[in-house]
Design a protein around this ligand. Structure first.
Ligand code: ZN
Length: 342
């Protein structure tokens, strides 16, 4: 099933979209406070590239085709898959992590981002006698990339152990408005400017924590790394987003991307579960964002906005500069981790 279904508008109506999620009835509100923090990143960007030929300065944009439904009509559009974006993010995260003197990483990722081989696992001390939970601890504590982006070890003679990514990235897909505009204008220009949108989620409560063993008394997984290491991994990952959004051509790792200009960006830092904001594919994503911020004010730490106006509030911070925005997001998100580890 193509991922565009994910973008399908949830049924209109406040009941469904804005029902307050009830979490773990056995625990008091107080205990749950700040236990399930998330970071949502929503953005629309301009990508400039020739329409007939994706060649540009020797680099190549690899798009895949996806189908979207607009007003009952089916259209085929160019997308970059969430997997490809995640792969770029992983590479940039690796670079930022090492640049900040991070040392816990499998050398293998410098060559091949995803594979965890049986050979590597054995070198790390995992054998057929290692319990799954211990194998998880060895891999996660030993590697920032496996921790953040997940892994799967499935080899004969070794415990089967896997980890879901704590970072989710949607397709990079042209916005609905952009698709409509391109259809109306027919394609007469050599160079088309298309607005793309993506949505991403970082499960802050998942970083450096077990997906098999729960920490006692709370919903979080058991800690597998130190607080400082978790904060370093988070910072590297957030800086990777900034790299992806600001220096796609400067970074040889992401040469395949055409020039990017961020049009709008919204980062939501929450201390608890809230419904996912609408994908920026939709014209009214900012309206939706505004409603979520109003309805879930208590669950939101801060909202960080670039070129988006949703009115003034002490929790709404607006920026004209991406670096400053990410600087504040990093500081506040690290403070959340600080609380989770205390
Ligand atoms: Zn690894």
């Amino acid at each position: 099933m193509v991922e565009h279904l994910e973008y399908k508008r949830r049924k209109e109506g406040e009941g469904e979209l804005y029902t307050r999620l009830s979490v773990d009835e056995g625990k008091s509100e107080e205990m749950l406070e700040s236990l399930l923090p998330k970071l949502f990143i929503l953005s629309t960007i301009k990508l400039q590239f020739p329409s007939h030929n994706t060649e540009r300065g020797g680099t190549r944009v690899k798009f895949q085709k996806a189908k979207v439904v607009i007003d009952g009509e089916l259209y085929t559009v160019n997308v970059i898959t969430g997997n490809a974006l995640r792969n770029w993010l992983a590479r940039l995260t690796l670079r930022e992590y090492v640049a900040r003197n991070g040392v816990s990483v499998h050398k293998q990722h410098f060559i091949d981002m995803y594979r965890i081989s049986g050979k590597l696992a054995r070198e790390c001390g995992i054998s057929d006698k290692t319990p799954r939970e211990e194998a998880e601890r060895i891999v996660v504590s030993g590697c920032a990339i496996c921790d953040l982006f997940g892994f799967l070890l499935k080899e004969r003679g070794l415990p089967e152990v896997g980890r879901k990514s704590v970072i989710y990235v949607s397709f990079l897909i042209p916005t609905r408005a952009s698709i409509i505009r391109n259809i109306r204008q027919a394609i007469t220009h050599n160079e088309r400017l298309t607005i793309y949108a993506f949505k991403s989620l970082i499960d802050l409560g998942g970083i450096g924590r077990s997906q098999y063993v729960k920490k006692e008394g709370v919903w979080l997984g058991k800690e597998l790394i130190s607080k400082d290491e978790a904060q370093l991994r988070l910072e590297a990952c957030l800086r990777a987003y900034l790299d992806l959004l600001t220096h796609p051509l400067g970074a040889s790792l992401v040469r395949t991307l055409p020039p990017i200009k961020v049009k709008t960006l919204a980062v939501l830092l929450t201390k608890n579960l809230i419904p996912a904001p609408l994908h920026p594919f939709y014209d009214d994503y900012i309206e939706s964002l505004k409603e979520i911020v109003e309805f879930y004010k208590d669950d939101i730490v801060n909202v960080y906005l670039l070129n988006i106006d949703i009115g003034t509030d002490e929790k709404v911070k607006t920026y004209s500069n991406l670096s400053n925005l990410f600087k504040d997001v990093i500081t506040d998100a690290k403070a959340i981790l600080e609380k989770l580890w205390s």
